[in-house]
Design a protein around this ligand. Sequence first.
Ligand code: C2E
Ligand code: MG
Ligand code: MG
Length: 395
Amino acid sequence: MTDINRLLVVDDQADILEFIATVAEFSGYRVATAQNAERAFSLLREFEPTLIMLDLQMPDMDGVELIRRLAVHGTRAPIVISSGMDSRVLASVEQLGLTQGLNMIGNMQKPLALPDLEALLASQLVNALEPTERDLKHGIEKGELTVYYQPQADLALDGSVPVVGVEALVRWNHPQLGLVLPDQFIGLAERTGLIGELTHFVLNDSLTQLANWRSQGLKLGLAVNLSPLLVKDLDFPDQLSEMMRARKLTNSDLTIEITETAALEDPALTRDILTRLRVKNFGLSLDDFGTGHSSLTQLYKMPFNELKIDRSLGMEMHSSAEARTITRSLIDLAHNLGLTVCTEGVEQAATVDFLREVRSNRIQGYWLARPMSAALVPDAIARIAQRTAPQAISA
Ligand code: C2E
Ligand code: MG
Ligand code: MG
């Protein structure tokens, strides 16, 4: 959204520019600022603003002239006038702009009030389909995040598919946008530093849920995704142990899934933390393997005990011989390195048969069940337990 919403602020006072820019960026705008009319006109061409905020009293050009030049330029973007001049002057300049064909949408009296500015920026946000940092921060604080769970099942030798665990997948119940999927906000959380709070919420919530299931006699393992940005905190393994202990859970009940470890800035520190997690008996899974993001060398260097084959491969296996060949090799490689394999994105019965043949240890995918709220998990597991194993068709 920041790329489609571009605000140009024209004002000769640096502190005002900075104030407006900060608020606007937080609201989802990309911002350019100009302290004189000449700069404003060159930005008009280069930056192509979708919204313009204009101070009427610039040192090199008065407001009336500025408006006239904007009209000559053929400016289409909505224009807001902000000025310390009295409201009748503002109204008459606005009228002047309108008669010249400009899209004058209002004026703001200086000093600017924060709520008015926020309301104005929000009202002009185009196609607000993507959440902003402000949204996410409030969302976390107001408890709009929730955790969904997707079952993972073993491919047992007798042909059954017993559910042995669930992966925690965060969702955001946004008041306007509805249920937002993580691909739309994990990146935002990582860029803005909110990922720590988000992960803390997911861990707390899902571990409490795991303990609840256990007290109801449902024994499950839990997998939680951890952003590589967070594998920097030397205290993390101890904090995690404490969270487990507080709920009378065993460390081996929890698997941490990590992708893209290759991108980590400090491999020595990462290895230190991951090794400590393993020494404390947490599971460690290399997520999204086979997408090109994960590097083979990480397999040797980092103490993973599970490899997760990416859903894009899982989804293609029934139709693509290449996907099957790659999967077969990855599973061999993983087994030779002493890792177990969980294959994601399993949607077809034929894929289950194939994965049994190539000895994937575990599966996850729509064929078993989609991610769901915690309340639906016990029933889903009971339903999966009723399933007869698909017949091997490979022969
Ligand atoms: P992931 O960890 O690889 O999670 C698996 C994703 O594949 C989930 O998408 C799941 O809904 C989807 N999936 C599972 N089975 C199938 C299938 O059979 N077919 C298809 N088409 N898709 C399937 P989701 O929930 O949208 O999550 C996307 C990604 O967001 C996750 O990928 C994970 O990387 C990230 N994520 C989710 N929750 C968290 C979190 O709490 N923290 C962090 N850091 N990342 C998270
Ligand atoms: Mg995952
Ligand atoms: Mg994955």
